[in-house]
Design a protein around this ligand. Structure first.
Ligand SMILES: Nc1ncnc2c1ncn2[C@@H]1O[C@H](COP(=O)(O)OP(=O)(O)OP(=O)(O)O)[C@@H](O)[C@H]1O
Ligand SMILES: [Mg+2]
Length: 360
């Protein structure tokens, strides 16, 4: 027998104490665990990921991560949370053409206006998102449902390919979806409705599909503990910070016991709407302000090249706080400069050969 993964019990300091996933599964009296497939969906504001495992996988500590996505050649842990519809054809993730203006950040649109901090209500992201919803005449829940539906189809195809449809059809599904810790009940309910619209809960011959939500920082805590690299002792307190695209969630745990691990939430979790997309927005505004009217010459493709290639995959992951010397240069597509010079050193940040030279 190989080593068994310790069962982890997490107790929240709020009213309901909850048990760890494995424990939660073990108390499901109505199902035979050998015939159970657990599918975890991390539905994020900017990127979404999926993992799946049956009980044998769990015991071998071998959770399967989906890392191939339609429209993308390289392996990647997550796919963009983006949707684009054209002539009744729905595209998602990496399969969206580069010249399209997809719907994004729709996870945040599940929140009511009064639950968005005042500075974000007017955020370009939120306004653009709401405008797009109006244009396509859909609610945020419907759009989330469309996205989850496309994702779910890919999940099923992937699992069928790995295990054969025949085997999978005999297994009941337990689906777990992550939600930000700061979300109120109505937003969770909207997620449940979206999951249902997505077909995730469609009846299957093997039995009813069950759906559970796990707070994002709790999932992060379980994943970190599951790595088994860290040693804990009773009384240790640790804090998890899940810095995402939309929200930053914080949660703290005190180790109550180590064998099996029992965690008590130390301080009630909290978080804020201050994820990466708000930095993206500030960057886009800086570029827009610097280019002035030239910005309007940019096509959708051109804006995407700045925001994805230059920023998301270029500067953002490379940025260092202590790097005071080098400028961060952003290549602006030539179309922006139609009829004007590629150089402008009249004001900072300078534009040289069609590149904006930003200081740290
Ligand atoms: N190396 C990096 N340096 C800086 N930012 C990064 C780096 N890698 C990813 N990011 C940023 O992190 C954000 C994505 O994080 P993540 O995938 O955890 O968010 P999410 O799950 O989509 O959002 P949320 O959990 O808030 O709904 C993006 O804004 C991305 O640009
Ligand atoms: Mg996330």
């Amino acid at each position: 027998m190989g080593p068994r993964r310790p069962s982890i019990a997490i107790e929240r300091s709020e009213s309901s104490s909850s048990l760890g996933l494995m424990t939660r599964l073990k108390i499901r009296s109505d199902s035979d665990l050998d015939d159970l497939m657990v599918i975890g969906i991390d539905f994020g504001t900017t990127y979404s990921g999926v993992a799946w495992a049956d009980i044998a996988d769990f015991e071998r500590d071998d959770v399967n991560l989906i890392n191939t996505w339609p429209g993308h050649g390289r392996e990647e842990g997550k796919a963009p949370t983006e949707l684009f519809q054209e002539h009744g054809h729905l595209m998602w993730g990496y399969a969206i053409p580069p010249d399209a203006d997809p719907i994004r950040w729709f996870k945040l649109l599940l929140l009511r206006e009064e639950d968005l901090a005042s500075e974000f209500r007017e955020s370009e992201f939120i306004l653009r998102g709401r405008k797009l919803l109006k244009e396509i005449n859909k609610s945020a829940t419907e759009v989330v449902g469309d996205y989850l539906g496309a994702l779910w189809k890919h999940v099923l195809e992937t699992i069928y390919k790995a295990r054969s449809k025949y085997v999978i059809d005999a297994m009941a599904f337990h689906v777990v979806i992550t939600v930000p810790a700061i979300w109120k009940d109505y937003a969770r309910q909207a997620m449940e409705e979206a999951a249902s619209k997505a077909g995730i809960l469609t009846p299957r011959a093997a039995g009813p599909t069950t759906l559970a939500f796990v707070p994002e920082p709790e999932a992060a805590a379980l994943a970190t503990l599951g790595e088994g690299k860290r040693q804990f002792k009773t009384g240790d307190v640790f804090m998890i910070c899940d810095a995402g695209g939309g929200t930053v969630d914080l949660i703290s745990y005190k180790v109550g016991d180590v064998d099996p691990i029992v965690l008590h939430e130390a301080v009630i979790g909290t978080g804020g709407l201050c994820g990466g997309i708000f930095i993206d927005e500030a960057f886009e505004t800086m570029c827009k302000n610097r280019l002035g009217r030239k910005w309007n010459n940019l096509s959708q493709n051109g804006i995407r090249s700045i925001m994805k290639n230059e920023w998301e995959y270029g500067i953002k992951p490379q940025f260092k706080l202590d790097d005071t010397i080098r400028p961060y240069t952003v290549a602006i597509p030539a179309e922006a400069f139609e009829g004007s010079s590629l150089n402008d050193e009249s004001t900072k940040p300078y534009i040289k050969s069609g590149r904006i030279h930003f200081a740290r």
